[in-house]
Design a binder for this molecule. Sequence first.
Ligand SMILES: Cc1cc2nc3c(=O)[nH]c(=O)nc-3n(C[C@H](O)[C@H](O)[C@H](O)COP(=O)(O)O)c2cc1C
Length: 218
Amino acid sequence: MVEWEELSKLIKTRRSIRKFQDKPVPEDLLVKALELATWAPNGGNQQAWRFIIVSNGKLIQKMGDAVNAKTELMASWPEAEQFGEHVARWRKTSDFFRGAPVCIAVLMGRYSSVADQILRARGENDAIAREIRSSREIGKSSLQSAAAAITYLCLLLHYLGLGNTWMGGPLQAKKEIEALLTVPPEWDLVGLIPVGYAAEAPETRPRKPIQDVIRFIR
Ligand SMILES: Cc1cc2nc3c(=O)[nH]c(=O)nc-3n(C[C@H](O)[C@H](O)[C@H](O)COP(=O)(O)O)c2cc1C
């Protein structure tokens, strides 16, 4: 077993990396990390996740253009004015993944558990079934499964010396990115992970004291 100290160091030294060296990433390292990431817990062991590894620079730029277009559109809305400097920063950074030699697009499948199928068959008229469906939708199993794999992946890439950031922001151009990557209609883009050798060493972003985020019920 890994020593606690070692594991703790690995976890605590991972940082979201947003600046990358212009240096290619060996595909075997990516596959190695992805293979281990698929050992993440997942709903019904359906493994309803897919990973598209994009190292085609032109395609990455097109994804960047799509995200940027949506950022500019939203930033032009009058509702954005109240956010001043934040919007200015966001306009500069929302497509930073352009600078990465590789982007991994994470797709989520449409996994239906037995409970999901019963609830669907029960239809819209039963109020309790509706409530259960809505509660389950919030913690959607397929999304949680993809998130578990991404968590593992980000940590494993870090272990292999590869900087990365888990990005949800690019989903503002979900439709356009899915078209660029020819994602089949039954799959959904849920995250984008730019990967590369780090060209920055960001400060640790502190975490809340543990007592602020846990509660025992004894
Ligand atoms: C679901 C999720 C979505 C995220 N989306 C973005 C994003 O769109 N852009 C970005 O720069 N960082 C994104 N991040 C990274 C977080 O900003 C980062 O993890 C957090 O600030 C803590 O910093 P650390 O990862 O260096 O510890 C995301 C992280 C998660 C888990």
